[in-house]
Write a protein that binds this ligand. Structure first.
Ligand SMILES: [Zn+2]
Length: 465
């Protein structure tokens, strides 16, 4: 059944709900905001934590071959030379010669269906741009006259530990991606744990990029959080492990986060950076179209070879049974937390009913819902109802996020919980005082049933809360 036109999920609706209901706020808003930076509100932080926990469970907890890591945001500056970020980590920019708008070349190419990798050299990307520029128009003024593609470095500098006047010359960077922390700790993990190839190292953490054109809400931000897993393999098994990882990551979205398969698709990178064997993105159908949610890349032995070269440390792996020494190849899975949050919000967003009985509801899978159960006394001014509701609330909070609400009429309280995606509401009324039962209302069906207080635990357990 197709959704009615007014029920289409738009960015305006998502942004407005996020602000109104405390999921996402613009950063430093009382000072007019700070471009491309956002804060997670009380419900946003719960949603974000739930997503990260599901990822960690799926990528680390149930995987005996993958271990976790939490490396620091600041790293030795040479890390970023070895990785190629100092010279090559940049957005390719062009300027419209007529209106002087600065534009991302890879985005312009993407819009006409030509894929370019942000890690390509200026020469590589300028070549693709000049081959396709005849099909590109300035989105601002319509002109087709552009300057050549130039790269603008994305690393964010700091003066950490540098008290000299020319700190700018040798800056400590805020990390531009979390995976470099994994590469430089690879040897420590190898020496201090029992991992054997093939094995993975996973981490969740903040990264920073000086994005020029920040757009689309929390989709592309200057401070963001990544969930990355780097998997170390032999050259011979790289592509079979890569196919396994692709399937495993697809299943995360459909089976764990409950996304509809029709909102997901594969996007193959046609123009690869020179060392890459293969690169695919999983794209999600956002209100602004299918865009990258996750990157899954076969990176060859480039990363550890580079760090061997720049650090002078031997990062080769010795196979304990055969005695073979080799440089591990790496396949990676890399996804942004913000992009996943936005996809989860778009997936869950529904508008139902008409007029008085209309409602907006976020139909999150229960495990993602910020609040699992809301507890209401039917009336605020009846102490015996309030006391009983408090008692139930206090008994549930040690095991799940709950909310207590005695404001306004019950209908309004239900609507509020629907908008933040709370799966169940429990109401204490006058019957409760007689028979120790409560009304439990289901978010998705709005059906209500009477449940004995002593059986609430079992009821929620049965529903996997
Ligand atoms: Zn223009």
């Amino acid at each position: 059944m197709s959704k009615k036109a007014e029920n289409v999920v738009t960015m305006e609706k998502i942004v407005s709900l996020c602000k109104r209901r405390g999921f996402v706020y613009p950063s430093s808003e009382i000072y007019g905001g700070f471009a491309a930076i956002y804060d997670m509100g009380p419900y946003g932080v719960e949603l974000s934590t739930n997503i990260k926990n599901e990822w960690w469970k799926y990528m680390v907890q149930i995987r005996p071959d993958i271990v976790g890591l939490d490396s620091a945001i600041f790293m030795h500056p040479r890390t970023w030379e070895a990785s190629g970020h100092v010279s090559g980590f940049s957005d390719p920019l062009t300027e419209c010669k007529k209106c002087h708008t600065r534009l991302r070349v890879d985005h312009l190419l993407e819009d006409i269906g030509v894929a370019a990798d942000e890690k390509m050299s200026e020469k590589e990307i300028d070549k693709i741009f000049s081959e396709n520029v005849k099909n590109i128009k300035c989105p601002n003024c319509g002109s087709k006259d552009f300057s050549g593609a130039k790269k603008f470095n994305l690393l964010v500098k700091s003066n950490l530990g540098n008290f000299t006047e020319n700190w700018d010359k040798e800056p400590a960077y805020l990390r531009g991606e979390t995976c470099q922390g994994i590469y430089v700790d690879y040897k420590n993990v190898l020496d201090s744990t029992r991992v054997k190839i093939p094995f993975g190292i996973a981490q969740i953490g903040k990264a920073f990029r000086n994005e020029i054109t920040a757009r689309q809400f929390i989709f592309r931000t200057r401070e963001f959080e990544q969930m990355e897993m780097q998997y170390f393999v032999t050259e011979a098994t790289e592509m079979t492990e890569y196919e396994k990882l692709k399937k495993y990551r697809w299943d995360f979205y459909t089976k764990v986060l409950g996304f509809d398969e029709k909102d997901l698709k594969w996007h193959k990178h046609e123009n690869l950076v020179f060392y890459a064997k293969e690169a695919y993105d999983i794209e999600f159908n956002y209100p602004f179209g299918f865009k990258e949610l996750e990157g899954i890349h076969a990176r060859g032995d480039y990363d550890l070879t580079q760090h061997t070269k720049f650090s002078g440390q031997d990062l080769t792996y010795t196979d304990q049974t055969t005695g073979d020494k080799f440089m591990p190849h790496i396949i990676e899975s890399s996804v942004g937390v913000g992009r996943t949050i936005l996809a989860a919000l778009c997936s869950a967003y529904c508008e139902e009913g008409e007029g008085e009985s209309s409602r907006t509801v976020l139909k999150f899978p229960y495990k993602l819902a910020p609040i699992k159960v809301a507890v209401f006394p039917l009336l605020k001014n009846k102490p015996e109802l309030v006391a009983k509701a408090r008692e139930i609330f206090d008994s549930l909070t040690p095991s799940m996020m709950c909310e207590f609400d005695d404001n306004g009429n019950i209908g309004k309280r239900y609507r509020r919980q629907d908008e933040i995606g709370t799966p169940f509401c429990v109401t204490v009324d006058f019957d409760t005082l007689d028979d120790d039962t409560v009304t439990v209302r289901h978010r998705d069906t709005m059906k209500q049933e009477r449940v004995k207080i002593v059986e609430l635990d079992g009821f929620f357990h049965k529903h996997n809360l």
